[in-house]
Unconditional design. Structure first.
Length: 425
C-alpha cells in the first residue's frame, strides 16, 4: 500500500508544487497577508471601544477614548479594500518583475480603485466618498483592480512603453516619467469602466463585482461544506508532506477574510454577525491540526519513544505548530494514524459550526486572527470564555478520543519492540 501511495504522490507532487509556486497565487496571498498588521490594530481598537466590562467600559466612554478607538477601526478595517489593492499590486509586481519595487504600480492601482468608487453627497450637499466600498465589500474589486493594473503595467514595461529621460537626469525624476504612460493608460481604462457602469442601473463596478462575484463566492466558499472540504484536503496534502494551508490559502483567504471583516463591521455597530464561518473560525477550531490532544495521549504512552514525542510536540502544538510531530514521529505517510490524521479536524469544525448555529456559542466577532498566539487566546478575543470552551472541545476533547484507539495500538507495538530490544541486550 505504501508503494501505491508513493506512486500517487510522485504523480501529484509536480502539480501541487506548480500551484504553490504560482506567481499570481503567491502574490495574491502575500498581498492579503501584508494587511495583517493593519487588521490587527483595527480589531484590537474596536475590542477596546466595546469592551464588555462595566467600569472599564464607562471609563472608556466618558473619557472619549471610545471615539478614538472607533476612529482607528474606521481607518483600518473600514478601509481594508484600499490597503488590499495597494499591497496586492505591490506583491504581484514583485513576483513578475524582479527589478521593480512595485510602488509605482501600487500607486496606480490605488488611484484606479478610487476612480471606480462612487462619490456620494451628504445632507449638506457636501461631496464625500462613502465607506461602503472601501471595507470588506470592496475586497474583490480591489483584487480585480490590482490584477488588471499589474498585468497592464507589466506589459508597458516589457514593451518599453515609457518616457526615457537623458542620462544626466536624476533617477528620482526619470522614474516619475518612466511611470507616466502606464499611469495614464491604466487610469483612462478605469475611467472608461466607471463611465460605462454609471450609465447602467448597476451604478458602479463595485456593485457589479459584489453582486455577481463576491456574494456568490462567499455563499459557495463560505459554506460549512467548503470549510470541511478545505480542512480535509489540507490534511491529505499534509499526509504527503505538503503544507496544505500554504497551498490552499490563496483560494480561500480572500473569501474568508472578507467574511471576517463583515462580521467585525457588524460587531462594531452592535448588529448580529452575518457569518458563522470565516478565516478566524477555521483557524481557531482547526488549531495546529488538533495536535495538543495527540501530545496528551503520548504523555500516557508505555513506550519511551512515544513519551518523548509528546514532550517534543507539546510546546509547538500549544502555539499551533504541528511540524515536529508531522515530520518527527512521523505522521506523514504513516498509515497507522491516517484515519484520525485526516478526520479529527473535519469533525471538530463540524461540531463547532453546529454549536454556533444552534446558539450554544456566539458568532465570532471577526477580529484579525494572529498566528502564533498560545491556544485559547485568539478564541477568547473572538468571543470570550464560551468560544474558548468550544475550542477545547473541538481541538482537545474530540481529537483525544479520535486519536486514542490508534495511539494505543501503535504504542503497544512500539513498547513490544522496546522490550524486545532490552531483552536482546
Amino acid at each position: 500500500m505504501n508503494k501505491k501511495f508513493e506512486a500517487i504522490f510522485d504523480k501529484i507532487n509536480p502539480i501541487i508544487t506548480k500551484i504553490s509556486s504560482n506567481k499570481f497565487l503567491t502574490g495574491l496571498s502575500g498581498g492579503m497577508m501584508a494587511t495583517l498588521p493593519i487588521t490587527v490594530v483595527g480589531s484590537f481598537a474596536l475590542l477596546l471601544a466595546v469592551v464588555p466590562m462595566g467600569p472599564i467600559s464607562t471609563f472608556i466612554n466618558d473619557s472619549g477614548l471610545a471615539t478614538v478607538f472607533t476612529t482607528v477601526n474606521t481607518y483600518t478595517m473600514g478601509l481594508l479594500a484600499v490597503y488590499m489593492v495597494f499591497f496586492i499590486t505591490k506583491n504581484l509586481v514583485n513576483q513578475y518583475m524582479d527589478k521593480d519595487d512595485g510602488m509605482t504600480a501600487a500607486a496606480i492601482a490605488f488611484l484606479c480603485f478610487l476612480i471606480v468608487t462612487p462619490i456620494g453627497t451628504t445632507s449638506d450637499e457636501v461631496s464625500a466618498i462613502p465607506t461602503t466600498w472601501l471595507g470588506s465589500q470592496g475586497a474583490f474589486t480591489a483584487i480585480i483592480v490590482a490584477t488588471v493594473t499589474t498585468f497592464i503595467y507589466k506589459y508597458t514595461k516589457d514593451h518599453n512603453l515609457t518616457i526615457k529621460m537623458p542620462d544626466g537626469v536624476p533617477p528620482m525624476v526619470s522614474n516619475v516619467f518612466a511611470g507616466l504612460i502606464p499611469f495614464v493608460l491604466i487610469s483612462v481604462l478605469f475611467m472608461a469602466i466607471n463611465y460605462v457602469f454609471s450609465l447602467t442601473s448597476i451604478g458602479c463596478l463595485h456593485q457589479a463585482v459584489y453582486s455577481l462575484l463576491q456574494v456568490p463566492l462567499q455563499s459557495l466558499g463560505g459554506s460549512i461544506w467548503a470549510v470541511l472540504f478545505v480542512a480535509f484536503l489540507a490534511q491529505v496534502l499534509w499526509f504527503f508532506g505538503i503544507h496544505g494551508q500554504n497551498v490552499l490559502a490563496p483560494f480561500y483567504q480572500p473569501i474568508w477574510l472578507a467574511m471576517d471583516a463583515a462580521n467585525l463591521a457588524a460587531f462594531s455597530t452592535g448588529a448580529a454577525e452575518p457569518n458563522i464561518v470565516g478565516y478566524a473560525f477555521f483557524s481557531i477550531f482547526y488549531f495546529g491540526g488538533c495536535q495538543i490532544a495527540l501530545c496528551l495521549l503520548l504523555f500516557r504512552a508505555k513506550s519511551k519513544q512515544f513519551r518523548e514525542f509528546g514532550k517534543l510536540g507539546i510546546g509547538p502544538a500549544i502555539f499551533g505548530i504541528g511540524e515536529p510531530l508531522n515530520f518527527g514521529m512521523p505522521l506523514i505517510l504513516n498509515f497507522k494514524f491516517i484515519v484520525p490524521f485526516l478526520l479529527n479536524g473535519v469533525v471538530g469544525l463540524a461540531v463547532a459550526y453546529i454549536a454556533i448555529a444552534v446558539g450554544l456559542v456566539p458568532h465570532l466577532n471577526g477580529s484579525a486572527y494572529v498566528f502564533g498566539l498560545p491556544f485559547g487566546v485568539a478564541a477568547f478575543i473572538q468571543g470570550g470564555w464560551k468560544v474558548v470552551a468550544l475550542a477545547v472541545v473541538t481541538n482537545i476533547i474530540i481529537p483525544y478520543f479520535m486519536w486514542m484507539p490508534w495511539v494505543k495500538i501503535a504504542d503497544k507495538e512500539a513498547y513490544k519492540q522496546e522490550q524486545s530490544a532490552i531483552s536482546a541486550e
